[in-house]
Design a binder for this molecule. Sequence first.
Ligand code: KIV
Length: 277
Amino acid sequence: MDRKKVTIADLQKKKETGQKITMLTAYDYPTASLVDQAGIDTILVGDSLGMVMLGFESTVPVTMDDMIHHTKAVVRGTKYGFVLGDMPFMSYQISIAKAIENAGRFIKEAGCDCVKLEGGTEMAPVVKAIVDAGVPVCAHIGLTPQTATKLGGFKVQGKDAESAMELVQSAKDLEEAGAFMIVMECIPDLLGEKITRQLSIPTIGIGAGKDCDGQVLVYHDVVGLFERFTPKFVKQYINLSPKIREALIQYKEEVETGAFPGPEHSFAMKKGEAEKI
Ligand code: KIV
């Protein structure tokens, strides 16, 4: 297929012409290849990998080294998609210098195209500093999983007028600070639509309604590979876990009964050599 790698200008153009932007997460080489072959515009190496790949209860324990390791694999599997590296908890909060250094690692070591970080107005100076240092930043507002405890748990944000207005202000401040795109997680669809209309940069929704400029979901949720829980905003397009389990049980049975490997999976010696051993 003759496709060019997606750029920030392409994403901006999609917003301006009303074409929806697609985003999925990926955390490894084979998944990134599949997502890329499907023609998804943007691939997020989300810190959700802490939960769906590493088995943690939340995204909080994920480290910069975890993120760099997974992002490198995703970049190797991607030819076309625009790759976002998700800055993990405490990689950008301690100081602006540390935030710039860690954002730089995503670009220099992992080879991705931009970073994403969570937070509202309070993160605008960090976004500005990273952008000024030459690294494009995607912001993330609404339900921000790294600080879910502070938000009172994994809850829809911006349900009353006051908190909704705060989110509108955050989105504007982050755009002003230089963010080129903004993820909005778990907010009422009406608020998703209002923010999308008021910003000139693209918005990507996850549980933020259909009027965002694009949508993102976690790969494992979309293909049924994460069985611990499924948020309301997820649509599962295929349920792979039972199918994989079935295949693995069949493999176990065939090994135990001797049905596998068959002659078609085995190698013969050269003619006349078998007698010599
Ligand atoms: O880490 C992640 O996968 C994310 C998405 C849910 C937006 O931040």
